[in-house]
Design a protein around this ligand. Structure first.
Ligand SMILES: [Cu+2]
Length: 300
């Protein structure tokens, strides 16, 4: 025999179970749920070297980067993939690659462990069990990470969500701040509408380039699903803004400008409905005047 209070508890427990089952059936995915392994491994080879990088014509930066580029190559995977990186350090200081959100063991952290000494090649392993857009960067330079990041050791990791709607266009935007003392050459001050070196001139860049003439253009057409993957990896806070468009921010509020502090990132979509030649830029005035501005072109 079950007495009355126990029976009441059992009924309540059964009702709670039904409520939980309802929740599990709701379309909102649990952001902490890992994607199951795909069995696929993405192999990446990265070489860290020092090189001259053209931020804009006549603006030559003494860079340190992955595969002679600022930012380094986009590392792309599908959620559930394993990523294996062969990292070679051809500079004279310890260097590494460190990333965010994906799973990795301490031996692949890139701070105390997982550091390539000068001349060394190491293997770094990440389990890309969560979808999203994440930064990767050096974490072993002088002062922890500052020197490597400002020198150019930054990049984007894109982990596609196999359950997300397919995007026809994906725009990866890496916002960084440069160290003016690393410039080997800067353009002469141009008083006729050109860009001024000095102040914040040539200090704030998008995908390694300064100003809308030289920042790589993005393009889409009306009807495309356009996915933006925006990362902030510099020293300062940036407010990423796109003209003529709007999207739902992480807080669920409609917006066209988002705050991104150093080491933060955002992924958002819209279905394109507004043809034209649009600016996208950081809304901090010194940063926009310093080069953090590009063009997004939408065809009818
Ligand atoms: Cu900014």
């Amino acid at each position: 025999m079950i007495d009355a209070p126990v029976r009441r508890s059992l009924v309540l427990a059964a009702l709670l179970l039904v409520a939980c089952a309802d929740e599990a059936a709701s379309p909102d995915p649990d952001p902490t749920a890992e994607h199951p392994p795909t069995g696929h491994t993405v192999q990446v080879e990265l070489e860290i070297t020092e090189f001259d990088w053209e931020v804009a014509p006549g603006a030559i930066y003494r860079a340190i980067g992955y595969n002679r580029s600022i930012p380094g190559p986009i590392i792309e995977a599908t959620a559930g993939d394993r990523i294996v990186i062969k990292l070679t350090n051809k500079t004279d200081s310890p260097r590494s690659i460190h990333t965010h959100v994906v799973r990795f063991a301490e031996s692949s952290d890139g701070f105390m462990k997982g550091v390539a000494q000068p001349g060394e090649t190491i293997t770094v392993e990440w389990e890309a069990v969560f979808a999203g857009t994440f930064p990767y960067h050096d974490h072993a330079g002088h002062g922890g990470e500052t020197e490597g990041i400002t020198a150019g050791l930054v990049g984007a990791l894109v982990v596609h969500d196999p359950t997300a709607p397919m995007a026809q266009v994906e725009n990866v935007v890496v916002l960084t701040d440069l160290d003016m003392t690393r410039y080997a050459k800067l353009p002469e001050m141009d008083h006729e509408g050109g860009h001024a070196a000095g102040g914040h001139g040539y200090m704030h860049v998008i995908n390694g380039r300064a100003y809308e003439e030289w920042v790589p253009r993005f393009a889409a057409k009306v009807g495309d699903r356009v996915r933006w993957r925006v990362l902030s990896l510099g020293a300062e806070l940036h407010t990423f803004h796109v003209h003529g468009h709007r999207w739902v921010g992480a807080d669920g509020v409609l917006t066209d400008a988002i705050n991104l502090g150093p080491g933060t990132y955002a992924t958002f979509d819209w279905v394109e409905d507004n043809p034209g030649e649009w600016l996208y830029h950081c809304h901090v005035p010194d940063h926009m005047e310093g080069g953090m501005v590009g063009i997004y072109e939408v065809a009818k």
